[in-house]
Write a protein that binds this ligand. Structure first.
Ligand code: G3H
Ligand code: 13P
Ligand code: ZN
Length: 333
C-alpha cells in the first residue's frame, strides 16, 4: 500500500479503500477497477475476517490478482485492534495493516497517547520487516452501529494537530488516519454537514504540519439520498441522514488525503438492489437473481468513487514492488 499511496501523492489523487466480506464484493471492486483502470485497496475488518474466514478471503484475493493482473491490488486489514490481530493478518498474506491504537483492544475505549505509540511502533517494526505497510490512527471517530468504534459523537475526540506530528515521528507509520468529525455507518450527520460538524479546517491544519504524511479519511461514505430512497421505497426503514459530501473529500485530497475508507455506501447499494428484486419479483428464490444486481449496484458506486477520487486511469502507471524489496527499502531507512 505504501507504493500505491506514494504514487497517489505524486499524482495528486486519492485512492478509495473499500471493505469486503465475500466474493461478490471483491468482484464488484475488481470490475470497477478494470473499467476505470484504477489501482485498488481492498480491506477487511476483524468482523469480515471472522465472517468469511481469513483463508477464504485470502484465496479470493489471490484469484482477484490472477483474473485482474493489470490492477495494482492491496489487501489491507481495517481497524486492527491489537498487535496480535495485525500479526495474524501479516502471516495470512495481507500486504497492509491498520493498527488502530486510538482505542484499546476492546475496540471501544479511547486509549492514551503512550499506549497508541507503543502498539503502533511495535506493529511498524514487525510489518516493515516483511515489507508490509502500516496505517495508524490518532483521535477517535464517532459511531458504533456497525460494530467498530467508541460510540462517541464525531466531535468528542478530534485529532490534535500537534499530537499528530509527535505520533507520526514516534511510531514510524506509513499512513495516518485522523478524526475530523466523521463517524462509521449510515448516521453521520443529522443535517447536511457544515464547517462546525465536519472539520475540514482541522484536516488542512494537520496537512500543513505534516505535508509529507499520507492522510486517511475514515467514515467517508457519502450516504447518497438516491441509495437511501431505493431501500425505503422497497420496504426499508432508514431514518433521514447525511454523509460526507464528495466535494469535501476532494478538498481533503487536495490537502494530503490519499486513502478514503468507504463501506456504508456499498452496503446501501447492495441492500437496495436486493430489496428491489424481493419486492418486484417475490416468486424468485435463486440467490443469483438478487446477488447479481447487488454486485452490479456496488460496482456502480465503486466506479463512481474511483473517478471522483481521481485514481481512475492510474492502474498502468507502475508495477507493484514485491514485499521483499519493500522490506529492504524499509530496512535501509
Ligand atoms: O470500520 C468499519 C467498517 O465499516 C467495517 O465494518 O466491522 O462491521 O465489518 P465491520
Ligand atoms: P463508512 O461507514 O463511512 O463507509 O466508513 C468505513 C470505514 O471507515 C471503514 O474503516
Ligand atoms: Zn474506519
Amino acid at each position: 500500500m505504501r507504493q500505491v499511496l506514494d504514487e497517489a501523492a505524486k499524482g495528486g489523487y486519492g485512492v478509495g479503500a473499500f471493505n469486503v466480506n465475500n466474493m461478490e464484493q471483491i468482484q464488484a471492486i475488481m470490475e470497477a477497477a478494470r473499467e476505470t483502470k484504477s489501482p485498488v485497496i481492498v480491506q477487511a475488518s476483524r468482523g469480515a475476517r471472522a465472517y468469511s474466514n481469513d483463508h477464504f478471503l485470502y484465496h479470493l484475493m489471490l484469484a482477484a490478482t490472477e483474473v485482474y493482473p493489470e490492477i495494482p491490488t492491496v489487501l489491507h486489514l481495517d481497524h486492527g485492534n491489537s498487535v496480535e490481530t495485525c500479526k495474524s493478518a501479516i502471516e495470512m498474506g495481507f500486504t497492509s495493516v491498520m493498527m488502530d491504537g486510538s482505542l484499546l483492544a476492546d475496540g471501544k475505549t479511547p486509549s492514551d497517547f503512550d499506549y497508541n505509540v507503543k502498539v503502533t511502533r511495535e506493529v511498524v517494526e514487525m510489518a516493515h520487516a516483511k515489507g508490509v505497510t502500516v496505517e495508524g490512527e490518532i483521535g477517535c471517530l464517532g459511531g458504533i452501529e456497525d460494530g467498530h468504534g467508541a460510540g462517541l459523537d464525531g466531535l468528542s475526540h478530534l485529532t490534535d494537530p500537534q499530537q499528530a506530528v509527535e505520533f507520526v515521528a514516534a511510531s514510524g507509520l506509513d499512513a495516518l488516519a485522523i478524526a475530523i468529525g466523521t463517524s462509521h455507518g449510515a448516521y453521520k450527520f443529522s443535517s447536511a454537514p457544515t464547517g462546525e460538524t465536519l472539520k475540514m479546517s482541522r484536516l488542512i491544519e494537520i496537512h500543513k504540519r505534516l505535508p509529507n504524511t499520507h492522510l486517511v479519511m475514515h467514515g467517508s461514505s457519502s450516504v447518497p439520498k438516491d441509495l437511501q430512497d431505493v431501500i425505503n421505497q422497497y420496504g426499508g426503514k432508514l431514518k433521514p441522514t447525511w454523509g460526507v459530501p464528495v466535494e469535501e473529500i476532494q478538498l481533503g485530497i487536495k490537502n494530503g488525503v490519499r486513502k478514503i475508507n468507504v463501506d456504508t455506501d456499498n452496503r446501501l447499494a447492495i441492500t437496495g438492489a436486493i430489496r428491489k428484486v424481493f419486492a418486484e419479483t417475490p416468486e424468485k428464490f435463486d440467490p443469483r437473481d438478487y446477488m447479481k444486481p447487488a454486485r452490479d449496484a456496488m460496482k456502480k458506486v465503486v466506479a463512481l468513487r474511483m473517478t471522483q477520487f481521481g485514481q481512475a486511469g492510474h492502474a498502468g502507471d507502475y508495477t507493484a514492488i514485491p514485499l521483499a524489496e519493500m522490506a529492504k527499502r524499509y530496512a535501509a531507512k
